[in-house]
Ligand binder design. Structure first.
Ligand code: SF4
Length: 58
């Protein structure tokens, strides 16, 4: 999650509240969920993030 790109649309939070949350008005990954990149829903959230702020790492 790149805080310089995120503008707080909360699309990711609405899609997967078990992985994403909000911190100070921006999207963030919940502690301990950084390894959720294998989840197709997370991949979809990254694809649909309007500012391309979500980066998946293998
Ligand atoms: S979908 Fe993208 S822009 Fe919207 S809160 Fe999540 S990371 Fe930020």
């Amino acid at each position: 999650m790149d805080p310089d790109l995120c503008y707080g649309s909360y699309d990711c939070v609405h899609r997967i509240p078990s992985v994403f949350t909000t911190v100070d008005g921006f999207g963030a990954v919940l502690p301990g969920r950084e390894d959720a990149g294998d989840d197709q829903r997370v991949r979809d959230a990254a694809q649909w993030c309007p500012s391309q702020a979500i980066t998946l790492t293998e």
